[in-house]
Design a protein around this ligand. Structure first.
Ligand code: ZN
Ligand code: ZN
Ligand code: ZN
Length: 81
């Protein structure tokens, strides 16, 4: 397992204080794995990063923005994407 030290105090916009910060905020699968709908990691299931620096599996964020309630905002910090 890779461990990355993040500069918690330096990132003011980062309000996510759960420990599992390298999982997709939508499906909770790790970034280096696939979304819950895909079986194999790789180009089929890339990560997308929003302006707010939150990353999600492409399939997860596509499904998210298609929900009316999402208003095309980041599901983690509610910034517009
Ligand atoms: Zn995901
Ligand atoms: Zn996928
Ligand atoms: Zn965000």
């Amino acid at each position: 397992m890779k461990v990355t030290i993040k500069r918690w105090n330096a990132v003011a916009a980062w309000r996510w204080d759960m420990p599992e910060d390298d999982v997709c905020g939508i499906c909770r699968n790790p970034y280096d794995s696939t979304c819950s709908k895909c079986k194999y990691p790789g180009d089929q299931c890339p990560l997308l990063m929003g302006d707010c620096n939150h990353s999600f599996h492409m399939h997860c964020i596509y499904a998210w923005v298609q929900q009316e309630a999402s208003q095309e905002r980041c599901p983690m910090c509610r910034q517009g994407m």
